[in-house]
Design a protein around this ligand. Structure first.
Ligand code: NCD
Length: 310
């Protein structure tokens, strides 16, 4: 793997190896140890769409490992406003950085960017396409909480049409043998080609609009935000805004060890009274973004973590 554009760029063995390395990174991410194994390396953070967690956790990952970060910053202060093409902006990156992270509103933009450069490119979200690094931290969280990725009952809830996190996560979970329930309004159902691909590979999928009708059987509930910015018009968004909201009282029949995840930001999909239940894992999940990204950066920059740490 030289770039990470979709989860198909990783084998199951590579995913497990990244999660194992991420586990070793926990003390470094918490600031309890300092191991500058990426010293001298430079990462370019190219965010053409808003981001808090993804951008900052890449920066934290790089800096805690001794590397440094260049930020494109606010797109309105870059040459993009002068009409520079993405291809030309990317061409510069080979000369400025050792690795680039890109988020862009256009589906396919990360792949397009990786074709423009020699350095590894990481897709941090391409429109309604994919978000593979979110999947790595999601898998890390699930394995941390359940001790395994195999054979879990997972519900993906909300905007499955435009939500890139669930596009990447569904395929990855299926590869580890999870059963998937897709819960969404019919207008926001999982794209047909994703459902078809999953079914063709023998995955057990239920699609429903019934929010949490079968909560007692679930190991993971993965909530998502309705992706307002991807709707062609505001009126369509208003029809589905706020359609699902999980509250603490919905959880009475849940398994004790059922976990609730969310890539964040949440708008109103999870009521604040859920935060203090033992099921709530979304803030812990966001922290795991640092270790998952540390492990990925080491892999793409070809740093042998075992050797470097010993
Ligand atoms: C997600 C995204 O950008 O797709 N955010 C994130 O990276 N944690 C989810 C979202 O914006 O709803």
């Amino acid at each position: 793997m030289t770039s990470l554009i979709t989860m198909d760029d990783l084998t199951n063995e590579e995913i497990i190896s990244i999660l194992d390395i991420a586990e070793q990174m926990l003390p470094i991410a918490r600031g309890e140890a300092y191991t500058p194994i990426l010293s001298g390396k430079v990462l370019a953070n190219l965010f053409f769409e808003p981001s808090t967690r993804t951008r900052m956790s890449f920066e934290a990952a790089m800096k805690r490992l001794g590397g440094s970060v260049l930020n494109l910053g606010d797109v309105s202060t870059s040459s993009v406003v002068k009409g520079e093409t993405l291809f030309d902006t990317m061409q510069m990156m080979d000369g400025y950085a050792d690795i680039a992270v890109i988020r862009h509103p256009r589906q396919g933009a990360a792949k397009y960017s990786s074709d423009a450069v020699e350095i590894p490119v990481i897709n941090a979200g391409d429109g309604a396409g994919h978000h593979p690094t979110q999947t790595l931290l999601d898998l890390f969280t699930i394995r941390k909480c359940h001790g395994t990725l195999e054979g879990l009952q997972v519900a993906l809830v909300g905007d499955l049409r435009y939500g890139r996190t669930v596009h990447s996560l569904s395929g990855a979970l299926a590869r580890f043998g999870s059963s998937l329930t897709f819960i969404s309004p019919s207008s926001l159902s999982m794209p047909r080609e994703i459902v078809q691909d999953l079914r063709n590979s023998g995955v057990d999928i239920v699609e429903t609009e019934d929010f949490l009708g079968s909560i007692e059987s679930l190991d993971v509930i993965y909530m998502t935000r309705i992706q307002k910015e991807r709707f062609p018009d505001e009126e369509e968004y208003r029809k589905v805004a706020g359609v699902f909201c999980l509250t603490a009282k919905d959880l009475v029949n849940a398994k004790k060890n059922m976990i609730i995840m969310h890539p964040l930001p949440r708008v109103n999909e999870i009521a604040p009274d859920v935060d203090s239940t033992p099921h709530a894992k979304y803030f812990e999940q966001a922290f795991y973004g640092v270790v998952a990204r540390m492990a990925l950066l080491c892999r793409l920059l070809e740093v042998d973590v075992q050797e470097a740490i010993e």
